[in-house]
Design a protein around this ligand. Structure first.
Ligand code: ADP
Ligand code: MG
Length: 263
């Protein structure tokens, strides 16, 4: 891959290497093509926002990139690695971390142990070597999310916003090169949203490539490098966030003037 890349589908040129390359992605559930021929290039170290009405295929696209959902057609490359067809744990080992639209934490484990799960899957070798590496990476992830104080608590005792932080900590604990976030700001109050948005920006500034699904256009416009718009499983727009948000076709879809509006 070259240093200067131009996305064939969108014409967007970047001096950064692509961290995520999706080509001709199709995910069909029976007759429904939830993802219907998507090309998407996310340059390394950038933050790509995804918007689109409910059911437009946003989650299915992230599921495909993270290997949770096999592609019906098309290919996915993460960094220099073709991950098409790999199982989710193999994609994770290839450097992809993710959070889920509905938070998935293990209630019987402490916050620390939930976060440690995100490290453990990336390590091999004797247990005594892994143990100290896991502890160090877990502590760092807890600290980056400002949840060190909650480390010994059960996720069930925590506020929604703090549980979201635990999930993000687990997703970054293994040191991914790409982080996929499915509506991490949903259900948060204004103050929490601002904090998590700032955290996402810091992770990006540290070089972590991210794809962020989010409905709040104002937040996306303030933090994203690129904005992608999905509609009926297709990528209808991709590029500089403000330009994209002003496009007539995007406003028609996004502001609910089409048959299916945003949530
Ligand atoms: P979004 O995240 O944009 O709201 P989704 O990716 O969840 O959209 O869903 C896209 C479409 O795919 C919807 O029509 C949804 O009903 C369908 N879909 C998603 N997952 C499945 C599944 N496992 N089986 C069948 N249909 C699904
Ligand atoms: Mg979704």
């Amino acid at each position: 891959m070259t240093e200067l890349s131009t996305d064939a589908a969108t014409g967007v040129t970047s001096t950064r290497r692509p961290a995520v390359l999706v080509r001709g992605a199709v995910v069909a559930f029976g007759g429904v093509r939830a993802v219907d021929g998507i090309d998407l290039t996310v340059p390394g170290g950038s933050l790509c926002g995804i918007v689109g009405p409910n059911g437009s295929g946003k989650t299915t696209l992230l599921n495909a990139v993270s290997g949770v959902q096999p592609l019906t057609a098309g290919s996915i490359v993460i960094g220099a690695r073709d991950t098409t067809g790999l199982a989710a744990h193999e994609v994770a080992r290839a450097g992809v971390g993710r959070t889920f639209q509905s938070i998935k934490l293990l209630p019987t484990l402490s916050v620390r142990d939930n976060v440690a799960l995100g490290v453990d899957m990336h390590l091999t070798g004797p247990w005594r070597d892994r143990r100290s590496a896991i502890a160090a990476a877990t502590d760092e992830a807890l600290e980056r999310l400002s949840i060190t104080d909650a480390a010994e608590r059960s996720p069930e005792e925590l506020s929604y916003g703090t549980r979201r932080r635990v999930e993000i900590a687990r997703a970054i604990a293994g040191g991914p090169s790409v982080l996929l976030l499915d509506e991490p700001l949903a259900g948060m109050n204004r103050a929490e949203r601002v904090e998590i948005a700032a955290l996402i920006t810091r992770l990006r500034d540290d070089g972590l490539t991210q794809i962020l699904i989010e409905h709040d256009l104002r937040t996306l416009l303030s933090i994203c490098d690129h904005l992608a718009v999905l509609h009926h499983g297709r990528l209808i727009a991709f590029g500089e966030p403000r330009e994209i948000a002003e496009r007539r076709d995007v406003r028609d879809v996004y502001l609910g003037r089409s048959s299916d509006g945003p949530a």
